[in-house]
Design a protein around this ligand. Structure first.
Ligand SMILES: O=C(O)CCC(=O)C(=O)O
Ligand SMILES: [Fe+2]
Length: 330
């Protein structure tokens, strides 16, 4: 059986736990307070002054056509696997998926339902809000979860091959028949000082792959060759980033990508991140075939995914700090 849980975040711009004025219980309320011309100082996020500023992705970000990856035509399929390997997983750790088969109407409905949830009166939210990260998600979202899972399994079959393994190897080694999904809905209200605030600090995900959709308002930035790159998603595409479990399984060949969310002063942004991991009980380690070759050693210590997830979720998001705990440095 597959497992799914949900997490609903009203994202603040703070790097430390915020302590807003006592009558303000969430950042959405704060953003709605009358005459808010600047953010309280505890929400300010100061970026490293030496950091290279973001550039626009234009059409640089790799696009994977899922219909080619699953095509019966061997040439088309092997070209798609090559693109997954080089551009998508090695160079970027990030890509857009088109022709993914998830109906546009379903993606739109998901974003609408999420918007409705965040706009509920505060006192009505607890009824829908999961108490803990592992609580089961409501039935309403199951179709989207199922469809995303299918997309992820197809991508991971391709990635298994791009690592030089059998198509089904990842599925078996990581028990993907019982894979864990975490549905994360993010709400970023308009912010009067977008230059000194962040919606979500730089982090990598605990996942194998995370699928992300948004309400046509950009804000995701990924780190590429030392620079922050703005992601401009193609209409109806799904954004995919590689996570820590993929980095571990591939023994560092496919690095998890650092990403963050910026805010703006014009429109509220909603994003839905579907985090996809192995089964919770899988002890994830570098694929044995990748470390058996002469001269290759495992660069990560094995860890049960459930322990990794809980540990990462119980701390503030902070770069790749969780991954560093399992990394073996020579
Ligand atoms: O909202 C976004 O664009 C990023 C969300 C994200 O990185 C996450 O939920 O892990
Ligand atoms: Fe993330």
């Amino acid at each position: 059986m597959a497992a799914t849980a949900s997490l609903l975040r009203q994202n603040s711009a703070a790097t430390d736990p915020p302590s807003p004025p006592s009558n303000i219980t969430c950042v959405k309320k704060l953003s709605e307070s009358p005459n808010l011309n600047s953010i309280p100082s505890n929400y300010a996020y100061f970026t490293n002054p030496t950091e290279t500023i973001a550039s626009d992705s234009d059409d640089l970000i790799p696009t994977i056509d899922l219909s080619l990856l699953t095509s019966d035509n061997p040439d088309q399929r092997s070209k798609a696997i090559q693109d997954l390997d080089k551009a998508a997983c090695q160079e970027w750790g990030f890509f857009m998926v088109v022709n993914h088969g998830i109906p546009e109407t379903l993606m739109k409905a998901m974003l609408e339902v999420t918007n409705e949830f965040f706009n509920l009166p505060e006192e009505e939210k607890p009824e829908f809000q999961p108490k803990k990260v592992l609580d089961p998600i409501r039935d309403l979202l199951l179709e989207y979860c199922e469809r995303s899972r299918e997309v992820v399994r197809k991508l991971l079959k391709g990635i298994s091959e791009s690592l030089g393994l059998e198509e089904s190897e990842m599925d078996k080694a990581l028990d993907l028949g019982s894979s864990f999904q975490l549905f994360v809905a993010n709400f970023y209200p308009r912010c009067p000082n977008p230059d000194v605030a962040l919606g979500m600090p730089p982090h990598s995900d605990h996942t194998l792959l995370t699928l992300l959709i948004e309400n046509e308002v950009g804000g995701l930035q990924i780190q590429h060759k030392g620079r922050w790159v703005n992601v401009n998603a193609l209409p109806n595409s799904i954004l995919v980033n590689s996570g820590d479990q993929l980095e571990i399984f591939s023994n560092g060949k496919y690095k998890s990508v650092l990403h963050r969310a910026v805010v703006n002063n014009k429109k509220t942004r909603i994003s839905i991140a579907m985090a996809n991991g192995p089964s919770l009980d899988t002890v994830v380690s570098p694929a044995s075939q990748l470390v058996q070759t002469k001269g290759c050693v495992a660069s990560y210590v094995p860890m049960k995914y459930k322990d990794y997830l809980l540990s990462q979720q119980s701390n503030q998001l902070n770069g790749k700090s969780m991954l560093e705990q399992v990394q073996i440095h020579d």
